[in-house]
Structure formats: C-alpha cells, structure tokens
Design a protein around this ligand. Structure first.
Ligand code: NAP
Length: 247
C-alpha cells in the first residue's frame, strides 16, 4: 500500500543524482512531486520518468539560493497541487579546495546554495505547513557535517549548519505538528562522487563497514520513511546512511 497517497512533496535538486531518485521514490509512494533545480532539460527528463512510471509530477526552474525564487516554487506547488506536505532540501554543490587556497567565492557560494537555499525553502514552506498544522521537512546533509573533511571547510560548514538549523526548526515548529529531520549520507554513487578515481573509491571503501558506496535507493528508502507516517514521532534527528563509515 502506498504510504503517501494524497500528499504532495517539493524536492530541490531533483534534476539528477540523489534528488531525482528521491522524487521518483516519493512519487512511487503516491505523492505528487514538484521537482526543482536549475537545469530545465534535466528536470523535464526527471518528470517524464516519474510520469512514465504512473506517478504525478511537475517541474519548476529555480535557484534555491535566491529567496524570491524559493518563495515562487512554494507558491507554485500550492497553486498546482493545493498543498505542501513534504519539503526535501536536497540541492547541493561542492567547491572543494584546501583551506589556504579557498577563494571567498568558493566559500560563499557553497554556503549560499547548501545552507541559505535550505533556509529559503523552509521559511517559505513554514506558513502553509503551519496553517495545515502539519508537514515534514527533510534536509539532506552529509556525514562531513558531523565529522569534517580536509578540503571541504566550506561544504562541511554548510552541512553542519544545516544539521543545527534542522534542530532549531524542529523546536520552533514542533508545536504546529511539523517535523524536521536530517539525512546524512556517506559516499553515494552519483555525479558528485564520480569525480573520484577507481583507486580513490577503493581506498575509501576500506573505511566503510559494508565495503561499498551507497546507492541513491539506499538514501531514498530513509527519506520515504521520514516523509511517511512511520516517523511521526521523530523530529530534530540526523540519520546517518553511510554503510557504517562514521560510528
Ligand atoms: P548532484 O548529482 O551534483 O546533484 C545536485 C543537485 O542539486 C542537482 O539536481 C542540481 O541541479 C541541484 N542544484 C545545484 N545547485 C542548485 C541551485 N542553486 N538551485 C537549485 N538546484 C541546485 O549531487 P548528489 O550527489 O545527488 O547530491 C545531492 C545532495 O546530497 C547534496 O545536497 C549533497 O551535498 C548531498 N550528499 C551527497 C553525497 C554523495 O556522496 N553523492 C554524500 C552526502 C551528501 P541543477 O544542476 O539542475 O541545478
């Protein structure tokens, strides 16, 4: 039995990678999904895939780091689908560099997209969710937001900030029936990690108890749980999905 029938979800970064898989998984559970990203062609492809599988979806181009664009996509889902039950903040970028070489632009852009982008969407979604006295906010952070990583001062700061922000949101909106949780993936096989060589992947896998990178489906299973009724009494949590790398 689908667990999300009659629900609607807004997924950022749904044009490819983890976000596209999350949109597919939520649609397969019966949710109507608004897919948001900046690449129109890839968004159309993602929505086409969901519709081909019998799911309901639409797309909207937006840069999540711009608050007016975040407001507009929340208005759009309310107009098209009538409600907003699930917000998945998945859009994210990396601009890796060693601390001493990191440019202001590399630090600022990662914070703007990963952290401010999630804030923009949460702020926009809070009003309709409060009015409906319910909602599920799911933020895709990272294990590096918990333990740090050399060469990723900007990215780990954005993900650590996201984890802390999630707890504040959980405390602020809990009395309105709104939950906010984080998923912290480890290494997941997507374009973001395809930059690594086979040798690097092999070396990294040696520190993973399960001995392999995760799949998009591994993350989608947890997000679907957090979006559904089984997690109604969970909020302010970070759930690590990393094959036992950080423990
Ligand atoms: P990806 O393949 O690079 O996809 C990133 C997504 O974010 C794309 O859909 C991209 O779409 C979108 N995006 C980027 N900038 C945006 C912006 N300004 N506004 C709207 N959308 C934007 O990355 P991924 O591996 O799927 O990662 C997804 C999330 O999981 C990220 O937050 C990442 O930090 C996190 N994560 C990934 C891993 C991993 O191992 N892959 C591990 C831990 C956490 P457009 O290019 O179309 O805008």
């Amino acid at each position: 039995m689908p667990t999300l029938t009659g629900r609607t979800a807004l997924v950022t970064g749904a044009s490819r990678g983890i976000g596209r898989g999350l949109a597919q998984a939520l649609a397969a559970e019966g949710a109507a999904v608004l897919c948001v990203a900046t690449n129109e062609a890839l968004l159309k492809e993602a929505v086409g895939g969901i519709e081909a599988g019998g799911g309901k979806a639409a797309w909207a181009v937006a840069d999540v780091s711009k608050s007016a664009e975040a407001d507009a996509v929340v208005e759009r889902i309310l107009k098209d689908f009538g409600r907003l039950d699930i917000l998945v903040n998945n859009a994210g970028i990396t601009r890796d560099n060693l601390l001493m070489r990191m440019k202001d632009e590399e630090f600022d852009r990662v914070l703007e997209v990963n952290l401010k982008g999630a804030f923009n969407l949460i702020r926009a979604a809070a009003r309709p969710m409060m009015k409906a006295r319910g909602g599920k906010i799911i933020n895709i952070a990272s294990v590096v937001g918990l333990v740090g990583n050399p060469g990723q001062a900007n990215y780990s700061a954005s993900k650590g900030g996201m984890i802390a922000m999630t707890k504040s949101v959980a405390k602020e909106l809990g009395s309105r029936g709104i939950t906010a949780n984080c998923v912290c993936p480890g290494f997941i096989d997507t374009e973001m990690t395809q930059k690594l060589t086979d040798d690097q992947k092999k070396a990294l896998s040696q520190n993973i108890a399960l001995g392999r990178f995760g799949t998009v489906q591994d993350v989608a299973a947890v997000v679907t749980f957090l979006a559904g009724p089984g997690s109604d009494y969970m909020t302010g949590q970070e759930i690590v999905v990393d094959g036992g790398m950080v423990m």
